[in-house]
Design a protein. Structure first.
Length: 135
């Protein structure tokens, strides 16, 4: 795998993670927290303090996307990308019941599939990486 391909994997993961995090913050988390609106209000309206988990998760996903965008394409960068994608994909699977509860199964299928796709792509990048030896 070329250096350019390694960079593209990191950047594609960054774009997906950043765009989905911003969309979740703007269209799911903030409308629920500020106005009690949106699909999450079905499960958060009587327990508003649980919204902190949504806001933190999506906010940190955005921050991670910035790091992935600027990553240099070394083993550690891909390990961080693979680990984050696997964590997010696993969380979606473990807490899958949230998607039907907020009537957002399609979002669950798409986001979980993309998280695992990027976990696999980042893992493949780790396996194909040839780092220069330092003298």
């Amino acid at each position: 795998m070329t250096t350019r391909m390694h960079q593209r994997i990191l950047r594609a993961n960054a774009v997906y993670l950043g765009a989905s995090a911003v969309a979740a913050l703007l269209f799911l988390d903030l409308p629920q927290v500020l106005f009690g609106l949106g699909p999450q209000s079905r499960i958060v309206s009587d327990r508003p303090y649980v919204a902190v988990g949504f806001v933190e998760a999506h906010g940190l996903a955005f921050v991670l996307s910035l790091f992935l965008w600027r990553a240099i394409g070394d083993r550690f960068s891909h390990l961080a990308g693979a680990g984050a994608a696997a964590l997010l994909g696993t969380a979606n699977l473990v807490f899958w019941d949230i998607f039907p509860a907020i009537d957002s199964l399609a979002m669950g299928y798409v986001s979980t599939s993309l998280h695992w796709t990027f976990a696999a792509a980042q893992s493949l990048a780790i396996l194909t990486l040839r780092e220069k030896r330092r003298a």
